[in-house]
Ligand binder design. Structure first.
Ligand code: NDP
Ligand SMILES: O=CC(=O)O
Length: 327
């Protein structure tokens, strides 16, 4: 019997063709909601799901009685009910590693752009306001030699810290669930309590995954502890930060500037003041969005779903427990 999968994100022809050689594919190039009736109908027969950027509610799994595996085209898996998937023996696969360096590049881009006011001053030139040599009113802040505070020190956090420590001579502090002795050795990084990091860092950069533990990890209390000159970067997930508190902190000068790739609501609400604030660099969740990296992520997800539905261990598995239960 040919297995059936539902693909719910745009895939390039080679990836889609590879899937079609293996499975019957119900393809939804753009899907904004799991409520779409034809998606629901396809789900009822699906053995696999592949895609990204869609919240899968636990109740939806009742409508997918044949589901064996999901391959998300992302490393983050906060859109999926992991415990419920494991309870039902459904494998959840993601795409770590292949996007680490590109996402770290974006994180560092935000840090640099916010520090040197790149977007604000590019707008200044576009408006024709560059009429004389610029003066102090348009100066930015140094990056090299400043203290980088990493909240989360996993793959992406370490890759950003590597750029800072090795490329820009930045001392690195980190706050993370577990200690990272190898990175301490490599980068001279020091683990500390988050409060100490917030008080000492010139740049505070968030790279923890979104979970019940990390939702609103950074709020009014944390912004008050940062230096008034601090630059805040979020490359992880919008909901890790209390966005109202961030806006207030920027408006009141509790922190100096922010570089943001992710927001509590995406796409960003037109009512959000963030993109209009001169001390904010706002990007539309493009951490991993290069041709090369998005191709590599799609390929990893395709390989994951093929392996999983062949009964083999996928390359990157989130819920190891579900795999063990199957053996
Ligand atoms: N903007 C974008 O486009 C992108 C955003 N992302 C986001 O970045 C996140 C991180 O990715 P990646 O670096 O690959 O993931 P990793 O799992 O490698 O790193 C996450 C780190 O966070 C730590 N951590 C987890 N929970 C806590 C907590 N409650 N308190 C302190 N530390 C914690 C982990 O600790 P430990 O090591 O002890 O487990 C780990 O070191 C993704 O989950 C995703 O949300 C990813 C890609 C692109
Ligand atoms: O946000 C992107 C991801 O891969 O996670």
């Amino acid at each position: 019997m040919t297995k059936r999968i539902v693909a719910f994100s745009r895939l390039k022809s080679p990836h889609l063709e590879q899937l079609r050689q293996e499975f019957h594919v119900d393809y939804f190039e753009r899907l904004d909601s799991t409520d779409a009736p034809d998606f629901r109908a396809a789900l009822a027969h699906a053995h696999g799901l592949i895609g990204s950027s869609l919240k899968i509610a636990p109740e939806l799994l009742d409508e997918a009685p044949h589901l064996e595996a999901i391959a998300t085209i992302s490393v983050g898996y906060d859109n999926y009910p992991v415990d419920e998937l494991t309870r039902r023996d459904i494998l959840l696969c993601n795409t770590p590693d292949v996007l680490t360096e590109t996402t770290a590049d974006t994180g560092f881009l935000l840090l640099m752009a916010a520090a040197r006011r790149a977007v604000e001053l590019a707008e200044f030139v576009k408006r024709g306001d560059w009429q004389a040599s610029i003066g102090e009113a348009h100066f930015g802040s140094d990056v090299h030699g400043k203290t980088l505070g990493m909240i989360g020190f996993g793959r992406i956090g370490a890759a950003i810290a590597r750029r800072g420590a090795l490329g820009f001579g930045m001392p690195v502090l980190y706050s993370n669930a577990s200690p990272k002795p190898a990175l301490e050795e490599e980068l001279g990084a020091r683990r500390c309590e988050m409060d100490e990091l917030l008080a000492q860092a010139d740049f505070v950069c968030v790279t923890v995954p979104l979970s019940t533990e990390t939702e609103h990890l950074i709020g009014a209390r944390e912004f008050k502890r940062m230096k008034p000159s601090a630059i805040f970067v979020n490359i992880a997930r919008g909901k890790v930060v209390d966005e109202s508190a961030l806006i207030a902190a920027l408006e009141m000068g509790e922190i100096h500037a922010a570089g943001l790739d992710v927001f509590e609501q995406e796409p960003l609400s037109p009512e959000s003041p963030l993109p209009y604030m001169t001390n904010v660099v706002a990007l539309p969740h493009i951490g991993s969005a290069t041709h090369e990296t998005r191709d590599a992520m799609a390929q990893r997800a395709v390989d994951n779903i093929i392996l999983a539905l062949e009964g083999k261990r996928p390359i990157s598995l989130v819920n190891e427990e579900a795999w063990k239960q199957r053996q």
